[in-house]
Design a protein around this ligand. Structure first.
Ligand SMILES: Nc1ncnc2c1ncn2[C@@H]1O[C@H](COP(=O)(O)OP(=O)(O)OC[C@H]2O[C@@H]([n+]3cccc(C(=O)O)c3)[C@H](O)[C@@H]2O)[C@@H](O)[C@H]1O
Ligand SMILES: Nc1ncnc2c1ncn2[C@@H]1O[C@H](COP(=O)(O)OP(=O)(O)OP(=O)(O)O)[C@@H](O)[C@H]1O
Ligand SMILES: NC(=O)CC[C@H](N)C(=O)O
Length: 567
């Protein structure tokens, strides 16, 4: 006889993978949420993470995030049949290794054996007693913004129920739960897989849900509403860590049938959360990250994982004494350890003494080492070399860009020689309007701030200083300048950053046209000028290094504008 299912949860937070509290509640059903940081393509490494997470785990069922064996998003690795086959070989061995462990749901791509449709399903395999016992498939395939799942996957066709120890679990995979009319006021898809799961004793969702600022509040509101609507406990397992341009914030969680948040795993860290489905209740308070602290954590994790997963250990950054390079260096020092960050000062004849002093003070505050490479002689050599060709032509932005390119070249030389990755420092506002030099300050391997608007750069810099002096006060007070010619200020070329960022936010994230932005009260000439710069700078962004998505629309896989077009 199945035990009566009392719809209340109890959860135990595990501080770190491998360390957990053992507390047996007789007759309860215990689910372990494995919030792991997988690396795309690293099948053996990801299998080891899973093995380690369930080592001597006292649970009835363990659940990984979506696609955990291959890492998310695996992108076109999925188009290589050999890769998918290897994943299944690793899964088979994992099942055998875990023969004595609790049953486990593991996310994996599954070949579509039928003669029609996309080549794969986005699936989860139930491992129990040494083999694969059942398969669950994703129904709703996100194909918008950074997601491209229609390219690879065929949707599931039926209900996805798991019967275990007399309980019925409704299994869904990530996007399957993002179709709630009550929350979004419209349905994105015609089908609603949750309707197929009605009648289950508990819902489980296996996710790889990328971070954007504030998104988890909406996510938890949606999960709570679904638990309440279907009157079942809901268990949500999310991936954590950075993969290319995406950061996954974790925050796996469990809700009671009345929609109460019972437990939440750590944000931006690996964690294992144990949920006892029929014990007494608990409750968790609101996640009170400020936007600055949340974005900080995402940028630190995203930078650390990009650098580490690409095989680097250290980074070089050009330090100008400005706010962008200062914030980038602070993030890098936190992500990689100050001993692994090298700040490079490259003064030109236009560099002020104050800027050099600010850069040195920042480096001292962060305990990072610095190298100083004056570039005046190199600039003079360029000038001499080009003089016969440029003779009679006015100096202009060409010479400014040469300066930025000399710096980019020197940083890349340090990267080649010593194996440091170059972190570029440009922010989203500059990248949007092309206020940056291609092959100059845009050089580098990873663009840490490329989705952070300039006004948020300042907010974050001030926020960091609340924890202790890091970014010199004068950096925050002086007018932003590229210092590429005497007396240059960003504001000579661009609207004030508050105005620019508001226009850019409306255009990029909210997809507003010139008319819509103007009707919100902005000057038409200014809006037209800004939007024209955004369009013209597309060629630069196509050649820019990847960066970390923190807003609802970043320049990256979710921004696919043409370059040569007329409108
Ligand atoms: N559609 C297209 N497809 C392919 N290539 C295209 C292109 N349009 C121009 N180009 C190429 O790009 C070149 C122009 O781009 P680029 O060489 O970058 O130069 P450009 O955009 O003209 O100038 C760089 C601007 O960024 C400012 N800046 C530079 C460095 C740092 C900062 C800062 O505050 O951080 C600001 C600087 O003051 C200047 O206003 C053209 O000469 C042409 O070669
Ligand atoms: N004197 C310098 N020494 C070292 N690096 C420099 C120097 N000047 C510029 N850079 C590099 O080029 C990037 C672009 O800087 P620039 O001063 O032109 O404009 P910015 O966008 O205001 O950046 P920041 O706020 O860091 O100054 C800097 O972030 C830095 O990495
Ligand atoms: N992997 C997915 O299906 C993710 C899609 C989902 N809407 C999210 O952002 O969480």
């Amino acid at each position: 006889m199945p035990t009566a299912f009392s719809p209340v949860l109890r959860a135990t937070r595990l501080i770190q993978i491998g360390i957990y509290k053992t507390c047996a509640y007789a007759g309860t059903m215990r689910v372990a949420l494995l919030q792991i940081n997988t690396t795309v393509g690293d099948l053996e490494g990801n299998a080891s993470l899973i093995r380690k997470a369930v080592e001597s785990l006292d649970a009835d069922l363990a659940v990984t995030p979506e696609m955990a064996l291959v890492g998310y998003p695996p992108r076109d690795l999925l188009l290589m049949p050999g890769f998918v086959k290897n994943a299944w070989d690793v899964l088979t061995r994992l099942a055998l290794d875990l023969e004595d462990s609790p049953p486990m749901l593991v996310g994996i791509p599954e070949p579509n054996r039928s003669e029609t449709g996309r080549p794969l399903f986005n699936s989860a395999a139930l491992l129990a007693d040494g083999s694969v016992k059942q398969i669950f498939r994703k129904t709703l395939l996100p194909t918008y913004d950074v997601f491209d799942e229609d390219r690879y996957f065929e949707p599931a066709s039926g209900p996805q129920m798991l019967n275990l120890k007399g309980r019925t679990f409704g299994i869904s995979i990530c996007e399957d739960i993002w179709n709630d009319r009550d929350i979004f006021r419209r349905r994105r898809y015609h089908r609603d897989p949750l309707e197929d799961l009605r009648g289950a004793d508990c819902f489980i969702n296996m996710s790889a849900s990328p971070f954007t600022a504030g998104k988890h509040l909406k996510r938890e509101m949606m999960l709570s509403s679904i638990a309440r609507k279907y009157g079942v406990p809901l268990i949500y397992v999310n991936q954590v860590g950075g993969n290319d341009d995406l950061v996954f914030d974790g925050r796996s969680c469990a809700f009671s049938p009345s929609g109460e948040l019972i437990a939440r795993a750590a944000a931006f860290e690996e964690d294992v959360l144990i949920v006892d489905i029929d014990s007494c209740s608990g409750s968790v308070s609101r996640d009170d990250f400020s936007p600055e602290s949340e974005i900080w954590r995402a940028l630190v994790l995203g930078t650390r994982d990009y650098v580490r997963k690409c095989g680097f250990r250290s980074a070089v950054i050009g330090l100008s004494g400005g706010v962008d390079s200062s914030l980038t260096a602070a993030i890098a020092a936190e992500a990689l350890g100050p001993e692994n960050v090298i700040g490079v000062l490259m003064p030109s004849p236009y560099t002020s003494r104050e800027s050099m002093e600010d850069a040195l003070e920042l480096a001292r505050n962060l305990s990072i080492q610095t190298i100083t490479i004056p570039i005046s002689e190199i600039m003079a050599a360029y000038e001499r070399t080009l003089e016969p060709i440029f003779r009679g032509v006015e100096k202009d932005v060409t010479e400014e860009n040469i300066q930025a390119r000399i710096r980019g070249n020197l940083l890349m030389a340090l990267s080649n020689k010593f194996g440091h990755i170059v972190l570029s420092t440009g922010n989203k506002s500059e990248l949007a309007v092309g206020y940056c030099t291609i092959y100059g300050d845009m050089s580098g391997g990873f663009a840490v701030l490329s989705d952070v608007p300039k006004t948020m750069v300042y907010r974050m810099a001030r926020w960091i200083n609340m924890r202790g002096p890091v970014i010199p006060q004068s950096v925050l007070e002086k007018a932003p300048s590229a210092e590429l010619r005497p007396g240059q200020r960003d504001q000579d070329t661009l609207p004030p950053y508050e105005t620019l960022d508001e226009i850019l936010h409306r255009h990029i994230e909210q997809r507003q046209s010139e008319e819509e932005i103007v009707s919100a009260g902005f000057d038409q000439k200014m809006v037209r000028y800004v939007l024209k710069m955004v369009k013209t700078a597309e060629f630069k962004r196509k050649q820019a290094p990847p960066g970390i998505k923190v807003t609802d629309r970043a320049f990256g896989s979710g921004w696919r504008m043409p370059i040569a077009y007329m409108m």
